[in-house]
Design a protein around this ligand. Structure first.
Ligand code: GLY
Ligand code: MN
Ligand code: MN
Length: 428
C-alpha cells in the first residue's frame, strides 16, 4: 500500500478510536482521560534506565514507541491533545516527529516538563499509565472497569492497524530470510542476530521482544535468551522467533530450519508446517480459538505416529495420555497488536488441559492472532515420559538423536476477516 494511503487510513483509525473511547468513557462515567506514555525505570541501584517502549493505549493512539514523559488527553467532542516531551537537554536528543496528516486530528503541544500537564476543565478525569508515573496526578488512577473497556477497544483491529501489522510482517520476513542465509553460511547465534537486525534495519532493543535464536539443542528452550558468539561445530538446526515493529505494531514470526543431513528433523519440520497451515486456515469468525489449539494436539499426535516417534497408541490416546503436551507444552498463540501478547485475550481462564493458552475467546472479524504450533525435545519434560509406563511406546533412540536439534516452532500472524482469514506472514 502506498504510504499516503496508509496515512489516510490512520485518520479513519483515529476517528474510530475517538468514537470507541468516547463510548467507553461515557459508560464508565468519566468526562475525560489522560494517558501517560510512561518512563523507563532505572535499574535498581544503578544510574542506567531500561530501554523504553511505551504504554499500550498511548501506542494505540500514536504509535510513538520511543517517547517517554508524553501525555495524551481525550475528551468527548474535542480534538485529542498530545504533550510531546521535548526538553532542552545536551545529554539526550529529541526525536522530531515527521509531519503527517494525523497531526490535524491530534493537537501536538511541545512540553519541557516530564510532569503531567495542568488540564483546563477536565471534568471527571481518569488517568491511566504506569502507577509510578501517574502517582500524584489529579484524577482517578487506572480505574479497573475503564481499563478493561479500553483493552476491548484494541481487540478488533481497524484497517490501518491491519496494514501496519502487514508491513511489520513484510519487514520481518526480510530479516528471517537473512537469518536463514546466515545459518546456511555457518554463522553463530550472535551472527544470525546481527544478520536479522541488519536486514530489518531495526536494533533489537526496538523490536517487540528480544529475538529467540537457538541453534541445535538451544532450539528446545522455548524462550532461549542468550546468543553464543561461536557457531557450533556441527550446525543441526535453527529456530528463530523474531519480530519487527512498524509504526508501533508488532510482527511475531517463527521459522525453523534443518541443517545439512538432518533428514528426519527436516521431515518433522515439513509435517509441522503442513499442520500449521491447516491450523491457520481454521481461523474464521465464529471459531473458538481453543478448538484450533485442540486441533494442533490432534495433528501433533498424528505426526508423532507417522514419523515413528510414538508407536502402538492411536492418535486420541496420544493426546489423552498427555504425550502431545510433552512435545508441545505451550499454547497455540495469542492476540497481536501494539503489544506482542496483546490485551484482552483471556476474559475466561484457560482450561486445565491448556494452562498456558493466552487466548480463550471466540474469533471475530478484525481480530489478529498468531498460530504457532511447536514440537520440541525438552529433556526435563521427556525424561519422566521415557521412564514412565508410556516409555515403551516411544522410540527412545530416535528421540535421543533428535534432542540435539532442540525443537520446531512455526508461527504466522493471521487476521480474522469477514469470511475467513488473511495470513499476513504468507501474503504474496
Ligand atoms: N515471541 C513470543 C511468542 O511467540 O509468543
Ligand atoms: Mn507468538
Ligand atoms: Mn513468537
Amino acid at each position: 500500500m502506498p504510504h499516503d494511503a496508509l496515512l489516510s487510513l490512520q485518520l479513519d483509525h483515529l476517528k474510530e478510536l475517538q468514537a470507541r473511547y468516547e463510548s467507553a468513557l461515557a459508560d464508565q462515567g468519566f468526562d475525560s482521560l489522560l494517558i501517560a506514555s510512561g518512563a523507563a525505570p532505572f535499574r535498581y541501584g544503578d544510574d542506567q534506565a531500561w530501554h523504553f517502549q511505551g504504554y499500550g493505549p498511548f501506542l494505540h493512539w500514536t504509535g510513538l514507541t520511543g517517547h517517554e514523559h508524553c501525555w495524551l488527553w481525550i475528551r468527548e467532542g474535542h480534538k485529542p491533545v498530545l504533550w510531546l516531551h521535548e526538553p532542552v537537554d545536551f545529554w539526550h536528543a529529541n526525536q522530531p516527529l515527521p509531519e503527517e496528516p494525523w497531526q490535524a486530528f491530534i493537537e501536538v503541544r511541545s512540553s519541557q516538563s516530564p510532569r503531567a500537564p495542568v488540564l483546563d476543565d477536565p471534568g471527571s478525569l481518569a488517568v491511566i499509565g504506569d502507577p509510578d508515573v501517574i502517582d500524584c496526578v489529579p484524577g482517578e488512577p487506572n480505574p479497573e472497569n475503564l481499563l478493561r473497556a479500553l483493552d476491548e477497544t484494541r481487540v478488533r483491529k481497524t484497517p490501518y492497524e491491519i496494514e501496519c501489522l502487514a508491513q511489520a510482517n513484510a519487514v520481518a520476513l526480510v530479516g528471517h530470510r537473512a537469518a536463514r542465509d546466515a545459518f546456511a553460511e555457518g554463522e553463530s547465534e550472535f551472527g544470525i542476530s546481527l544478520a536479522y537486525q541488519h536486514a530489518t534495519r531495526q536494533r533489537e532493543a526496538d523490536a517487540p521482544y528480544h529475538s529467540i535464536i537457538g541453534l541445535n539443542d538451544h532450539a528446545g528452550t522455548l524462550h532461549y535468551q542468550y546468543y553464543d558468539t561461536r557457531p557450533p561445530g556441527h550446525p543441526r538446526s535453527l529456530l528463530i522467533d523474531a519480530g519487527v515493529r512498524f509504526r508501533g505494531y508488532c510482527a511475531d514470526i517463527t521459522r525453523t530450519t534443518a541443517g545439512p543431513g538432518e533428514s528426519h528433523f527436516a521431515a518433522l519440520i515439513h509435517g509441522l508446517e503442513r499442520l500449521q497451515l491447516r491450523l491457520c486456515d481454521m481461523v474464521a469468525p465464529g471459531v473458538e480459538y481453543i478448538d484450533i489449539h485442540r486441533k494442533a494436539h490432534q495433528g501433533i499426535a498424528a505426526l508423532l505416529s507417522a514419523t515413528g516417534l510414538v508407536t502402538g497408541l492411536d492418535d486420541q490416546s496420544i493426546v489423552e495420555r498427555g504425550i502431545t503436551r510433552v512435545f508441545f507444552p505451550h499454547g497455540i498463540g495469542h492476540f497481536l497488536g501494539v503489544q506482542v501478547h496483546d490485551v484482552a485475550g483471556k476474559p475466561t481462564a484457560p482450561p486445565e488441559d491448556a494452562p498456558f493458552l493466552r487466548l480463550t475467546r471466540r474469533l471475530e472479524t478484525g481480530m489478529v492472532v498468531t498460530i504457532e504450533p511447536g514440537l520440541y525435545f525438552i529433556p526435563s519434560l521427556l525424561e519422566p515420559l521415557l521412564e514412565g509406563e508410556l516409555g515403551p511406546h516411544l522410540d527412545q533412540d530416535l528421540i535421543r538423536r533428535l534432542r540435539g536439534c532442540g525443537g520446531i516452532r512455526i508461527e504466522d500472524n493471521v487476521v480474522v476477516t469477514g469470511t475467513g482469514n488473511r495470513n499476513l506472514t504468507r501474503d504474496g
